[in-house]
Design a protein around this ligand. Structure first.
Ligand code: SIN
Length: 379
């Protein structure tokens, strides 16, 4: 277990700061736990080994009432407790369990998720490790999911899982979701499919899948692209052969501890009254602004003119996404100034833009090419 302990400690040391005492309290505790806590379900040489990173969320949530599904503490239980709740895992895999952090997912950030990505890549490089599972709060799960999808270069399965009911609730969905996620990470047919999101018997692509409902167990969907597969019990069933997102870019994040700051602004009637928000974003250091535009990425014309002028003047990248929740923006093409998010929603577009800016700098053509990955032209 020495290997595990060392990697876990390095993960959190690099995640936020070189000085543990400078970290916020919840991260200090997580750091301490990461050094001392690695989880395992024993060792059976005939079973594959996977690495499991716990990050917190409702799947690790706890409340004194078994009926509480709001107001509970997210990120309260550790990875060993979550694994102990699913003793059936012992028949599926050997686990290297790591408490990466233990927080509500609103506390996650791209410094942490890049570090998580690097740690997963290190483990997947070992021939002894078959795949990786991450448990995560559902609120920002899709953002971490696309970060992993865009930065891990491995055919081995990477699965991100959450739950909508805390672990202490009647009919908690976490234990079965975790069993399915771990089964998926050990399943040979799961290779080469990019990072996958699984909850509620469904398997989705991290690139497209989004949280669609703040309460329902059946919340993670990609309406336009659909699911990759489902589960019968704990057994994964894929609908098709592996079909990765066409021309999906891969970003080498070696050496990055932070990414350029990108702001998301939202479109609405009367937004012309809020033009100062654009200047405020630029003044706060934004190197890119994603607009959750109306319809096909639209904005009020006065606001749009100010957006364009202020961003051009400050060399700030402009990405138009849609607030409708689905569908593709029309691609503006490399000659245009506003970059189209294509089918990425605003929060996923923000991650893509951050990685793209970190890689290419302020190069609109190169950034648009990254966003065009799932908008191929044939013939
Ligand atoms: C969170 O995102 O940490 C809380 C909500 C959830 O996990 O469902």
């Amino acid at each position: 277990m020495l290997f595990t302990s060392v990697i876990a400690a390095v993960a959190l040391a690099g995640a936020a700061s070189a000085r543990v005492e400078d970290l916020p309290r919840h991260l200090r505790l997580a750091y301490r736990d990461a050094i001392n806590t690695t989880a395992t379900n024993g060792n059976n040489a005939s079973l594959p080994t996977i690495v499991y990173f716990g990050t917190g969320g409702t799947i690790a949530g706890s409340d004194s009432s078994a009926t509480a599904v709001t107001g509970y503490q997210a990120g309260a239980l550790g990875v060993q407790t979550l694994l102990d709740a699913v003793p059936e895992i012992i028949n599926v895999t050997n686990i290297i369990g790591i408490q990466f952090t233990n927080v509500a997912s609103d506390e996650m950030n791209t410094t942490l998720t890049m570090q998580l990505s690097r740690n997963i890549s290190e483990y997947l490089a070992s021939p002894d490790v078959f795949g990786a599972v991450v448990s995560h709060g559902t609120d920002t799960l899709e953002e971490t999911a696309i970060m992993l999808d865009l930065t891990i270069k491995s055919d081995k399965p990477v699965v991100i899982v959450g739950a909508m009911r805390p672990a202490t609730a009647i009919s908690a969905d976490g234990p079965y979701n975790l069993l399915q996620a771990i089964s998926l990470a050990t399943y040979a047919g799961a290779a080469g499919r990019g990072t996958m999101v699984t909850l509620n018997d469904r398997i989705g692509s991290a690139f497209y899948t989004t949280k669609t409902n703040p309460r329902s167990l059946d919340t993670f969907k990609a309406y336009e692209q659909g699911y990759l597969g489902n589960f019968v019990g704990a057994t994964p069933r894929f609908w098709y052969e592996p079909a990765p997102v066409l021309n999906k870019p891969w970003f080498n994040i070696t050496g990055f501890t932070t990414l350029p700051h990108v702001t998301i602004l939202y479109a609405y009637e009367d937004m012309n009254l809020d033009i100062p928000l654009i200047s405020a974003a630029i003044a706060s250091g934004a190197k890119g602004i994603v607009v959750a535009g109306s319809g096909d990425g639209g904005t009020d014309s006065t606001w749009g003119a100010a957006w364009s002028a202020l961003c051009k003047n400050a060399s700030v990248a402009m990405v138009a996404a849609t607030r409708t929740g689905d569908g593709s923006d029309a691609p503006d093409g490399p000659g245009g100034y506003t970059i189209s998010a294509n089918s990425l929603n605003p929060e996923k577009a923000k991650i893509m833009l951050q990685l793209s800016l970190a890689t290419h700098g302020y190069n609109i053509t190169a950034i648009q090419k990254d966003f065009d990955s799932d908008y191929p032209t044939f013939g």
